[in-house]
Design a binder for this molecule. Structure first.
Ligand code: NAD
Ligand code: DAU
Length: 378
């Protein structure tokens, strides 16, 4: 079957992996990457597919309703996979307006353009799909212990539903109430509500997924893993927020892209699916792994760079723990993560070390200024 799909934010971290997967796996589809190319968007992420006959890049702002509608008409779009967003929590604390504009108004503009276009067609919403990519951060934060105060031995043990049940620890499920704490997650939560409202009000065939922290190649080095790999390499300080006790649930980015493929094609309209790796780590434990891995791969004595660890003022409103229960997705659509964390982190560190040119390119100019502003006052 032929399809014409807009992927928004396709020049960003996760979006570029989704574009690559769809362009390569579905030569019969037309894949349109719609991206504004903010500081986070980089066409170098897609060099290997840029000449593919089924791929087109269009530089556009999702907030530009008229231009988005024109593109949908021109390309006879029948599917939208929406990843474009402002995605970094620290930036949202400094500049919440940009997050409301892109994440809320931008999503609304896309929804309305799709509605207007699809309603002009004889078959209307039939065979159409609006798939919105959201985050686990909308659910708020979980405790590090069970109600009796017993902590879980997270580190190095990939957690599981059984493991959590044994300790009485909570997960985020699809039924968890929204309780966003940062301007970023508040804006994502708002966009999720708009997407669901378009289903409930107009019958638009929408799907929402909420995913945990991604890691892997092409992530902008303002996020923990690429930032720290690059800093260790250059022997720059590693700014650990608070005590480094916060827990995140890490998923290799290509596993997320595979989940998006499965859900776009086989997910049920109006449903929500949580996506996660059952792989919780305290920040400080990941940081030790990163130091060991970078040191080993660069031929330095393992752990030689431990003294780069620098505890700095905590992030405002820093969520303590995220943990996703992705059993619904596993049960209903048969998806599960393919990579063990140790394997994924090794691949990731190698990639950043071998792609210094990419790193130099994205860390030049504006990013350097941002880095200095961000860390000067901590
Ligand atoms: P990213 O910041 O790496 O990329 C965002 C992309 O969106 C960039 O290419 C940027 O140019 C583009 N963009 C920003 N504003 C735009 C606008 N107004 N119009 C068009 N394009 C615009 O983000 P990411 O980490 O790849 O995240 C992608 C999506 O996945 C986001 O919606 C994010 O909320 C969600 N998500 C991310 C993670 C994660 O760990 N990174 C986890 C769960 C969900
Ligand atoms: O959970 C999904 C979310 O994961 C996505 O929705 C976001 O788009 C994505 O940015 C990510 O958010 P986090 O805030 O969890 O990711 P970040 O890499 O910024 O931080 C991971 C953890 O590391 C967090 O507890 C804060 C801490 N941290 C981060 C940075 C950048 C530090 O201690 N020092 C740092 O310099």
């Amino acid at each position: 079957m032929k399809r014409s799909i807009i992927i928004t934010g396709g020049a960003g971290f996760i979006g570029s992996h989704v574009v690559r997967l769809f362009v390569n796996k579905y030569p019969e589809y037309r894949i349109i990457n719609l991206d504004k190319l903010t500081y986070a968007g980089n066409l170098a992420n897609l060099k290997d597919v840029e000449d593919a006959p089924n791929y087109r890049f269009v530089r556009l702002d999702i907030c530009d309703f008229d231009a988005v509608l024109r593109l949908m008409l021109e390309e006879h779009v029948d599917g939208i996979i929406h990843l474009a967003a402002e995605s970094h929590v620290d930036r949202s604390i400094k500049d919440p307006f940009t997050f409301a504009r892109t994440n809320v108004m931008g999503t609304l503009s896309l929804l309305q353009a799709a509605k207007v276009y699809w309603e002009t067609l004889p078959e209307k919403f039939e065979g159409k799909r609006f798939y919105h990519i959201s985050t686990d951060e909308v659910y708020g934060a979980l405790a590090l212990t069970n109600p009796e105060g017993v902590p879980s031995p997270f580190t190095t043990i990939a957690s599981s539903a059984e493991h959590h049940a044994a300790y009485g620890l909570d997960f985020f499920t699809e039924q968890t109430k929204y309780q966003p704490h940062s301007p970023y997650s508040a804006a994502k939560a708002s966009s999720d509500h708009f997407v669901r409202a378009y289903h409930d009000t107009y019958g638009m065939p929408t799907i929402v997924t909420n995913c945990s922290n991604n890691y892997g190649p092409y992530q902008f080095p303002e996020k923990l893993i690429p930032l720290f790999i690059n800093n260790i390499r250059h022997r720059r300080p590693l700014p650990v927020y608070g005590k480094g006790e916060n827990v995140r649930d890490w998923l290799y980015v290509e596993d997320h892209a595979r989940a998006i493929d499965v859900i776009f094609h086989r997910g049920k309209v109006a449903e929500t699916y949580n996506i996660g790796g059952f792989n919780e780590w305290k920040n400080i434990d990941i940081i030790h792994v990163l130091i060991k891995t970078v040191d080993r791969l660069l031929g330095r004595p393992e752990g030689a760079d431990e003294d780069l660890i620098t505890y700095v003022t905590d992030r405002a409103g820093h969520d303590l723990r995220y943990a996703i229960d992705s059993r619904k997705l596993q049960r209903e659509l048969g998806w599960e993560p393919s990579l063990q964390f140790e394997e994924g982190i090794e691949k990731t560190v190698r990639w950043y070390l071998e792609n210094q040119e990419w790193m130099d390119n994205v860390t030049s100019g504006e990013y350097e200024k941002y880095y200095e502003q961000m860390y000067a006052n901590r």
